[in-house]
Design a protein around this ligand. Structure first.
Ligand SMILES: NC(=O)c1ccc[n+]([C@@H]2O[C@H](COP(=O)([O-])OP(=O)(O)OC[C@H]3O[C@@H](n4cnc5c(N)ncnc54)[C@H](O)[C@@H]3O)[C@@H](O)[C@H]2O)c1
Length: 311
């Protein structure tokens, strides 16, 4: 049973996640923490005003004090800055990496039993910072990225094929960046191959479309990035934990030989349940996917050079 959930960052993703949680998950206390006290408190008041419409029993607390998260069962990290048009992942990491490291130190003291879900970008490295700084073990520290990418892919396939998304099987894994692995060979419709539903031109173009979807959204919104689908993807992870559904969902986790990689976080299918990651479901990789993983590892090593001191 999940009692207390803390969401760091009350910006677009954090606030939308809070709304999703109140609408969909049964728990007793929601905490919103933002460096900007007014953003956390104002968002909490707005959410409070949905109580009369949604009829949830959850108590809502908000502010800029880290103490508010004390004894949380789940902590979600959406704080920092979102990618704006023209920003690189290195730019983002320099800002968000330090905030993640400082937050991890506070979680370790105040909420040592928590399951921690990273959302801020660059997601795989931020997950790595939390995993290393918290030292909770990898079952309780993971990042949401590949499940969003998977949802994007499944939506595109559903639209093209005219088949309900629940009958389409497939997932995106690896990095949560433009190096993500979108493999058409893994796609199935009701367990069968997809060739009769989808043409070659669509399948050839699919990986790039999924890889560039985040940038496509930023390109339109300009000063912010996606938030409806990301926050719902996090909410789904929390539902899986709180209801112990043991669904298989790809999340970023510290790899220890899985996918042929070590000491790196990236998305891989995991059974998600009460304890967080219950199992890692390791895929058998094609030669092309192995090469993709090698490339992801190289980029990750470069990003590691700007990790906060102490990681
Ligand atoms: N993993 C994914 O799939 C995914 C998808 C979308 C967005 N994101 C990432 O999520 C993060 C949040 O995105 P957003 O659109 O909500 O951004 P946003 O700018 O709307 O919100 C970020 C919030 O963090 C707060 N903040 C900044 N520093 C803080 C600190 N030290 N402590 C507490 N709060 C702090 C800001 O005041 C702001 O309210 C970004 O890094 C973005 O790139 C990830």
């Amino acid at each position: 049973m999940v009692n207390k959930i803390t969401v760091f960052g009350s910006g677009a993703v954090g606030a939308t996640l809070a709304y999703n949680l109140l609408s969909r998950v049964s728990f007793s206390e929601l905490v919103l923490i933002d460096i900007n006290d007014g953003i956390a408190k104002g968002t909490a008041l707005d959410l409070e005003d949905t109580r009369g419409l949604l009829n949830f029993p959850t108590k809502i607390l908000a502010g800029n004090s880290l103490e508010l998260m004390k004894d949380s069962d789940i902590v979600v990290f959406t704080a920092g800055v979102a990618r704006k048009d023209g920003m690189t992942r290195m730019d983002l990491l320099k800002i968000n990496g330090q905030i993640a490291f400082d937050t991890a130190k506070a979680i370790k003291t105040l909420a040592p039993q928590a399951i921690v879900i990273a959302v801020s970008n660059p997601l795989d490295v931020i997950t790595y910072i939390f995993t290393r700084a918290l030292d909770f073990g990898r079952k309780r520290v993971f990042g949401m990225g590949s499940s969003l990418d998977t949802s994007r892919m499944l939506g595109m396939v559903s639209n093209e094929s005219g088949v309900n998304v629940t009958s389409i099987d497939g997932y995106v894994f690896g990095a949560h960046s433009e190096d993500m692995i979108v493999s058409g060979e893994r796609l199935r419709i009701n367990g069968e191959g997809i060739d009769s539903f989808l043409g070659k031109p669509f399948l050839d173009a699919l990986p790039k479309r999924v890889q560039l979807r985040g940038a496509e959204i930023v390109g339109q919104l300009k000063n912010r990035s996606a938030y409806f689908a990301p926050s719902l993807a996090v909410c789904r992870l929390i539902e899986a934990i709180s209801k112990n559904t043991r669904e298989v969902i790809p999340v970023a986790v510290l790899l220890d030989g899985e996918l042929g990689a070590k000491d790196i976080c990236m998305g891989v299918s995991c059974v998600i349940g009460r304890g967080g990651i219950e199992e890692i479901v390791e895929p058998k990789l094609s030669h092309k996917e192995e090469q993709d993983i090698d490339r992801i590892e190289k980029v990750f090593q470069e990003l590691k050079e700007v990790l906060p001191v102490g990681i």
